[in-house]
Design a protein. Structure first.
Length: 115
């Protein structure tokens, strides 16, 4: 049986013109990227805007201008994506936001969903 050149390599053992050894090469499998998760911040009527800006700067490494823009989106639309991460990172970010809000006695909510 003959395989395409990309699937096999041919070697001769040197004894005769028709003495070939076929070495099958496994096709390379592509590793899939892990699913990504959106971290969402939800609006409430009690958490101060300055606190939300602080959280976005501190936990999501945003500039002050970026944090204000996202905070205003949350305020106007009720929700905004604050980042897209692997599952573990997204889960950690949500927990950090919730813990920081709890410690400051703010009802700020943060969640994640698969992208």
């Amino acid at each position: 049986m003959t395989r395409p050149d990309s699937m096999a390599h041919w070697m001769t053992d040197g004894d005769g013109p028709d003495d070939h050894i076929e070495l099958a090469v496994k096709p390379r499998t592509r590793t899939q990227r892990p699913p990504m998760y959106k971290v969402l911040m939800l609006n409430d009527d009690f958490t101060p805007m300055e606190f939300v800006v602080h959280v976005l700067e501190r936990l999501f490494n945003m500039t002050h201008a970026q944090a204000i823009e996202i905070m205003l989106t949350v305020h106007r639309k009720g929700v905004a994506v604050v980042g897209v991460f692997s599952h573990e990172v997204a889960e950690t970010k949500v927990a950090q936001v919730m813990e920081l809000a709890r410690r400051q006695q703010h009802p700020l909510q943060c969640t994640m969903e698969k992208e």
